[in-house]
Design a protein around this ligand. Structure first.
Ligand SMILES: [Zn+2]
Length: 164
């Protein structure tokens, strides 16, 4: 885990303008099950809608990454074939977390509409200081009852638990 995590953080640090240690970061990874490719060609609707959302701040390209700002805080969104990753500081405020929850909710909501829709998605949290990655929450994409709101609620609940 540590190697791929260090690589993801290195990618984010290219865009980050501050002196931050690898230990200061959290990586949230969105992992489909069964494992499948998450690139622009496999998830066209998802990446399209994400680019619409982040338009004022920048655009992400296939296999690329983008720095996004929320007030004075920053986070990085990375496109990996193995799953999108969000790199943020462990000290992130509720405001930043809320913005990230909105982004993930929107992503999952549109993922349900993709032709290559996975059965399930896990949100996994990784940190250099933690030996093991932790599953923050899981979503069953076959469940048609999922709306943008129910996804957000589930994520909010999961992140509140994380913050305690
Ligand atoms: Zn692909």
């Amino acid at each position: 885990m540590t190697n791929s995590l260090n690589k993801s953080i290195d990618r984010a640090l290219v865009l980050w303008d501050k002196n931050v240690k690898h230990e200061d970061f959290i990586c949230l990874k969105i992992i489909p099950f069964p494992k499948s490719c998450c690139c622009f060609y496999c998830w066209p609707k998802v990446w399209n809608v994400i680019n619409e959302m982040i338009k004022p701040q920048g655009q992400i390209q296939d296999e690329g990454d983008v720095l996004l700002k929320v007030d004075d805080e920053e986070y990085v969104l990375e496109c990996h074939e193995s799953g999108p990753e969000i790199i943020l500081l462990a000290t992130a405020s509720i405001t930043l977390l809320t913005a990230i929850i909105n982004l993930i909710s929107c992503l999952l909501n549109h993922l349900q509409k993709e032709r290559k829709k996975p059965k399930e998605v896990s949100i996994v949290k990784k940190q250099i200081t933690q030996q093991q990655e932790k599953v923050v929450c899981k979503f069953d994409l076959e469940n048609k009852a999922f709306t943008l709101e129910t996804i957000s609620k589930k994520l909010e609940k999961a992140f509140e638990i994380e913050n305690k």
